[in-house]
Design a protein around this ligand. Sequence first.
Ligand code: GLN
Length: 200
Amino acid sequence: MKAHPTIGVLAVQGDVREHLRALESAGADAIAVRRPSEVEAIDGLVIPGGESTTMDKLCRIFELRDPLVERLRAGMPAYGSCAGMIMLADRILDGHRDQQTLGGLDITVRRNAFGRQVHSFEDDLRIRELGPEPVRAVFIRAPWVEEVGEGVQVLASVHVGGADHPVAVRQGNLLATSFHPEVTGDHRVHAFFADVVRRA
Ligand code: GLN
């Protein structure tokens, strides 16, 4: 088990720096990933928030898509936040017509699920895996999980419009949150993911 695994942050678009900092504080060696050779060098990957349609296009232009898909299929641990959750999802609702994801997580996500008028909001979530203290969850034009496959564990949900919508899920080495833990200074999600990478 590597004490300091190398964890990449996909750095084509989005809030990369905050994730690099959070990963470093979780004991990982964090690197920005912009080239196929960097995809080979990492033990795990974080896909940040941003805009999933742009990230999808840039991954294809920078020739990162195929190596990323290959490593994800081979079991590389990955954590996606917000747009990153969309990138890891097998299925999208309300995506652009030609939008592709990297996939791996057996979930259906709905983009901008909380509605246009709700640009952003915050909530306190209890996530048992992260301890008794609630997690301050910041949602920014966030997706939610509409459907989960059998192997997917729901870690947290938000109650909206009379229904529970999952906003944090795990399937083996893949983890995704609709919210942005990198902006709050609470690095428990990153620490949890770094442990997933150490054990992988
Ligand atoms: N709405 C964005 C998308 O569809 C995600 C927003 C975010 O990552 N903060 O990609």
